[in-house]
Ligand binder design. Sequence first.
Ligand code: MG
Length: 377
Amino acid sequence: MIRKLSDQYRHEDSDLAPYATHNMATLGRRHPEEPHPFRTDFQRDRDRILHSRSFRRLEYKTQVFLNGTGDHLRTRLTHTIEVAAISRTLARALYLNEDLSETIALAHDLGHTPFGHSGERALNKIMEAHGGFDHNLQALRIVDLLEQKYPEFNGLNLTWEVRTGLIKHRNASTKLDEKKLPLHASLESQVADIADDLTYYGHDIDDGLDAGLITEEMLDEIEIWRIAVSKAKERGAKGGKERMMSFTIRCLIDMMVGNVIIHSDNLLVKNKIASPSDAQDCKTRLVSFEPGFEKMTLKLRDFLYHNVYFSKNVTNVNDEAVEKMKSLFSTYIKTPSLMGRFAKTRIEKDGLHRATADYIAGMTDRFAHLEYARCCR
Ligand code: MG
C-alpha cells in the first residue's frame, strides 16, 4: 500500500481544526513548482530546511553558553530540535497543522549570529546606519535569498505560510512581497513561538545548573519551580539530586505545555475562531499561557536573564568573542576581498555592509574564531 499525496489530503478535514492552516489551502511558492507525489508542500519545506547549510551550521552556534564549553550544554541545533518536538505536541493536541509548526520551529533560529544574543546585539549596533540586524528577518533572508540550492532561483523557495510564519514581530504596516500581513502570525507559527519560550525556560535551568550558575536553593525562590517540585514529588520522584532536578524540569515543561494547550483551546472557543483568518485578525494572541500562569513564567524568565544569560560568567566569555566579531566586520569592510566567494558576489546588489553582515551572521562560532585568526592578527 502506498500513501499518495491525494490520500494525505483526503484526511485533512478530519485531521485538522477549521482554524488550522490546511495543506490544500497553501498560497504556494514564489516560483511555482510541480506537486510532489508523496509529500505535502509543508513537508517539503521542512526537508528543505533540514538539508540547508544554515541548518547544519546551527550545531556550532552558541545558544547561551559559548559553543564547545560543555558537552551537555545546548547548542542552537539541539535547542531547535527540542522546539520542533514541543511544537508538534502542541499543534497535534490543538488539531493544528503539525508539519507547518514543525517547519517554522526548525527554521526559527536560522538567522542567529555566532556568539548568541551578545553577537546579535553587537551586529545590530554595527548595522545601525545600514538597516540594523534582526535574527527573525535574517532567517527569512536566508530561506529567500542566501541559500544556494536550486538552479533557477536563490533561496529555498518555501511556501508563503512558512515564510510569513518566520515574521514574528508585526505591526499594522508589516508587509511581505508588498502584501500587508495580518496582525498575528498563523496559529501554527504562534505554536512554534511559544514552544521556543517554554523550551528555553526548561533547558536553560538544566544548563544553568549544569554550568553551576544557579542552584536548587536559588530556584526555590521561583514560584513556578516550587510547583514543579511538588508535582515531581507527587509522582514519586526521589533519589539523587541530579535525577530529582531532571525530573522536576520534565514536570515543569509538561506543566507549561499542558497550560498552553488548555488555555489556547479555551481562547479559540471563547473568541469563536472558525478559520485561519479569524485567528490571525483576532485582537488577542490565541496560543498563549493562562495569564496568571504566564506571570509565573515571566518571573522565571527574569530569573534566567539575571542569573544565566547576563551573568558575568556567560557575558564575559561571550563579550570577548563578540569583540573578535567586531574586528572581523571592520576588517572585511576595509578589505572585502577577504570574504568568501559567495558573499563577495552579493556586494554589488546588497551593498558592502549588508553583504558583510550576512556573511558574519552565517558563521558558526568556530569559523568566526578561525577567520579572526586568519584576517585580524
Ligand atoms: Mg529559539
